[in-house]
Design a protein around this ligand. Structure first.
Ligand code: CA
Ligand code: CA
Length: 430
């Protein structure tokens, strides 16, 4: 359910655009000393610096907004922050320029402040002078930060700025080495190799799932209407034996809905992927259970050449009609010739059903319960038609709107809506 309506050139532009302006989720703040990360946005007030250099004043810029005003010379401010999880963070600097000249800011990290090593985390963040077209903050995707206490130094050069706060929002958790599980081609019976029964309570198991928000700024290439969040129980939680991915009608980051997109930390090559789910309903909902190649990220582009396997898609305006598809360079949505199967499943939004992919080097077969309704055989013509001889990871998401989901509009009265997943079980031949 990825780029779909985007032609390659547009995708490339969007990719470049997203690097410049990636806007990620900010919903609530976590205190600076809070180690447990429900919501990975750290907010650092400008006035909370522990040391500084240069000529600065603390001012009440507006009611309830305390800021730091720097003069028109070089200065720095140092902050002590706790980074809870290894990863790359989008860094926003909420500041405005009080001089004519463009100010140059950057963020530097003193690693543990022990050996005096420093490195530039953000690169230059430019704040235009008075009269420039400026949205109130500048942002950059920063270099990777390790989980520890950091002494972060904000440098301000050339201009004079009024600086309110700084935020660090996780873009994507660091994956040291993705786990890959291969099926034996000469194996006999299916054996369970991975599962999540969703028996706990709270956020999804962080050893098994990560959140993907990397396409929020680009509306995920399908012009989707939701903002995907990270570590927010309202959008993704485990309770009553199921994972609940819930789409809510609420404003966040310029979008009108929130939801979640989880991707597995393990990738599998071949196997039987079994997902027991109950679907949301309502015009505008677009739940999906699908797979992309191991290590692939939305920002990597190169869709659909890399391959995509959709085990389930359902759009709310077409109740109970279930789709399975396989996309490749030669068979894909843009050309209208992707390999697809369709089946009607009465009560798909009322009851749990098993959505199953059986996948080998020779064939893709998709089932609902015991009914096989999609088969695609490897024709033996190579990667452009069969890019499925490599590991793929699993994605569970509930999109709202988008090129397909919003064909008949979005029924705001239907929200909130939830996709429930009773379990995910992966079998391989060992
Ligand atoms: Ca402030
Ligand atoms: Ca369960």
């Amino acid at each position: 359910m990825l780029y779909r309506t985007i032609h390659k050139g547009v995708a490339a532009v969007l990719y470049a655009f997203s690097l410049l302006t990636l806007s990620v989720v900010i919903h609530s703040c976590v205190g600076q000393n809070e180690r447990k990360m429900e919501t990975p946005t750290l907010t650092v007030e400008a006035e909370s610096y522990i040391s500084n250099s240069g000529n600065i004043d603390i001012i009440n810029e507006k009611k309830n907004v305390v800021s730091v005003q720097t003069k028109d010379n070089d200065s720095w401010l140092c902050y002590k922050i706790n980074i809870p999880v290894t990863g790359r963070y989008n860094i926003r600097l909420y500041a405005k320029n009080s001089s004519e000249k463009q100010a140059v800011c950057w963020i530097e990290d003193n690693i543990d402040n022990i050996d005096g090593r420093v490195y530039n985390v953000s690169g230059n963040m430019l704040i235009g002078g008075k009269g420039s077209d400026y949205p109130g903050f500048v942002q950059k995707d920063g270099a990777q930060l390790a989980p520890s206490t950091h002494f972060i130094k904000l440098h301000i050069e050339k201009g004079a700025v009024i600086f309110d706060k700084l935020t660090f929002t996780m873009i994507r958790e660091h994956e040291s080495s993705p786990v890959i599980s291969y099926s034996k081609t000469d194996g006999k019976d299916w054996q369970l190799v991975w599962n999540d029964e969703f028996n706990g309570l709270g956020l999804p198991d962080p050893t098994k799932w990560i959140y993907d928000t990397a396409g929020n700024a680009a509306s995920w290439g399908n012009n989707e209407a939701q903002c995907y969040t990270i570590g927010r129980k309202e959008n993704a939680k485990v309770e009553n034996g199921s994972l609940a991915i819930t789409a809510i009608k609420e404003d966040l980051e310029g979008k009108k809905y929130t939801s979640a997109r989880l991707i597995s930390k393990t990738a599998w090559q071949y196997g039987r992927i079994e997902v027991r789910a109950k679907l949301p309903k309502g015009r505008g909902t677009w739940p999906a259970i699908w797979m992309m190649p191991g290590g692939w990220s939305f920002k990597d582009g190169n869709w659909p050449e890399v391959g995509e396997i959709d085990i389930l898609e359902h759009v709310g305006y077409d109740l109970n009609v279930i789709h399975a598809s396989a996309h490749s360079k030669d068979y894909q949505w843009q050309a209208g010739n992707q390999k697809t199967g369709v089946i009607t499943v009465p009560g798909a939004t009322e009851n749990f059903h098993n959505y199953i992919l059986e996948w080998s080097s020779e064939i893709l077969k998709v089932y609902v319960d015991d009914s096989c309704y999609f088969t695609y055989k490897n024709e033996g013509f190579g990667e452009t038609k069969w890019p499925y001889n490599k590991p793929f990871y699993l994605i569970l998401n509930l999109a709202i709107g988008g090129a397909w989901g919003s064909v008949k509009g979005i029924d705001d009265a239907a929200f909130p809506q939830t996709m429930y997943v009773d379990y995910v079980r992966i079998y391989q031949k060992k």
